[in-house]
Design a protein around this ligand. Structure first.
Ligand code: LLP
Length: 428
């Protein structure tokens, strides 16, 4: 099974020993179900590689910002990568006093910069010269020196969906090699800027180590030039995130362990060769930690077939693009499996759609399944960028989210939204 903590026993889908059907009886559908064991196993893999080395893995909050998951990451010694004040507030709410927070993003507002500095952010990842000047101004108003890193755009093709490639010259992210050099020189003259590091992030759902290798080498070449031209000594290098997961049999990503070992070895060897002390290494990983830890379970409401020659079978379910937007947004594939294997019904090819009033509201296409109305189906690999991208479109409530504990019991981690919560910000 794609998500290895979800498996069949006696034709029923289980998560770490607990029947999915039982969870649905208690919490109804649509419901996101996560395996704590899966997340812990990934965190253990990370900590095994770190093992006393100067490496910090920051959990990219955007992948799944549930406070419970942040708390888990925090207690397992991870830092955090945030891209908004809201995300930073989530981290502080789940791990009060957390000091290992890096703040990324091309459009930080003055308020966000101020909030980050007042709450002792580890580093602001700066993405443009105007932003560098703005950070200097805000830091001056607080009379502090802002810890910053400059995000370099290494112009590397990560071979992923164009919407989630970020390290190409044409992308809005970071600074080119030449502009980056100007940024470091400018930073030296800004009294409220404390240059700490360098960062890059080339994209997401990357399935081979090669682009990471290329980006790391480009960053190191940049550092070589930086040392020669400015004498700036960096205390950390942040190589971002982007490691992919397997959504179908076609994808075979490297393990977290291989990704972390390969990239950190390149850096450590480079410094050792020059007789220099390697700086602290940071990573910002999201999907590879939580992506395959979760599923979304929905109920089949109606089976509807069109009768013409190009006839299609639609399975209308009670989850929709507002709960799982990745298929319609990126043409993304999430495997679909039944909660109870039904061997008697004839199998057909289905397009699985939601109740939203748009033809773009599809969750899966061309799936061979044995379906009956009332069946429960699961969309796999729904732990990252699913609940975090959910919306209230069509005034639909966001789903409930539950965690299967390591001992096979279950806890609710996000309540199903109430209708009051949907419109209680409105003034009539
Ligand atoms: N660091 C930065 C600066 C990022 O922009 C991202 C993701 C990450 C770290 C974490 O990347 P990860 O390890 O999770 O690949 N909504 C898309 C994914 C967007 C990723 C945006 N940036 C999807 O559903 O595939």
């Amino acid at each position: 099974m794609r998500c290895k903590n979800f498996y069949y026993k006696d034709d029923e889908l289980l998560c770490d020993g607990l029947k999915i059907k039982k969870i649905v009886q208690e919490y109804s559908t649509p419901v996101f179900i996560y395996s704590e064991l899966h997340i812990r196993e990934n965190l253990n893999q990370i900590n095994k590689v770190i093992n006393g080395k100067q490496i910090t893995v920051c959990y990219a909050v955007k992948a799944n910002p549930a406070l419970n998951i942040l708390k888990l990451a925090g207690t397992e010694n991870l830092g955090f990568d945030v891209v908004s004040e809201g995300e930073m507030r989530r981290v502080l709410a789940s791990s009060p006093g957390q000091k290992k927070i890096v703040f990324s993003g091309v459009g930080k507002t003055d308020e966000e910069i101020r909030f980050a500095l007042q709450n002792e952010v580890f580093c602001l990842n700066v993405e443009s010269l105007p932003e560098l000047n703005r950070v200097n101004m805000v830091a001056k108003s607080l009379n502090v020196r802002a810890p910053v890193s400059i995000r370099i755009n290494p112009d590397v093709n990560p071979d992923t969906h164009p919407y989630i490639a970020t390290g190409l010259r044409e992308n809005k992210f970071g600074l080119s090699i030449d502009d980056g050099m100007i940024a470091y020189k400018t930073a030296q003259s800004l009294p409220f800027i404390d240059v700490k590091g360098i960062d890059c992030h080339i994209g997401s759902q990357i399935l081979s180590l090669e682009p990471f290798e290329q980006a790391t080498n480009k960053v190191l070449n940049f550092i070589d030039r930086l040392i020669k031209e400015t004498g700036v000594v960096l205390s950390h290098i942040n190589l971002g995130g982007g490691l992919g997961i397997s959504y179908s049999d076609k994808e075979h990503p490297p393990s977290l362990e291989n990704f972390l070992s390969l990239t950190s070895d390149i850096v450590i060897n480079w410094y050792n060769k020059r007789g220099l002390n390697p700086p602290h290494l940071l990573f910002e990983l999201g999907r590879s930690i939580v992506g395959n830890s979760g599923i979304l379970v929905a109920k089949v409401l109606y089976l509807k077939s069109t009768m013409d020659s190009n006839g299609k079978n639609f399975a209308v379910v009670d989850a929709a693009m507002n709960d799982l937007v990745r298929p319609t947004l990126y043409n993304a594939h999430h495997e679909v499996v039944p909660v109870i294997l039904n061997k008697k019904t004839r199998s057909s090819i289905w397009e699985i759609v939601g109740p939203i009033c748009e033809s773009g509201d599809w969750l899966a296409k061309n799936r061979e399944l044995r379906l009956l109305e009332g069946d429960l189906i699961s969309f796999l690999s729904a732990g990252a960028y699913c609940s975090s991208m959910a919306s209230n479109y069509n005034s639909r409530r966001k789903p409930v989210e539950v965690m299967v504990n390591c001992d096979g019991s279950v806890r609710e981690i996000v309540r199903r939204e109430s209708y009051d919560e949907i419109f209680n910000r409105e003034i009539t």
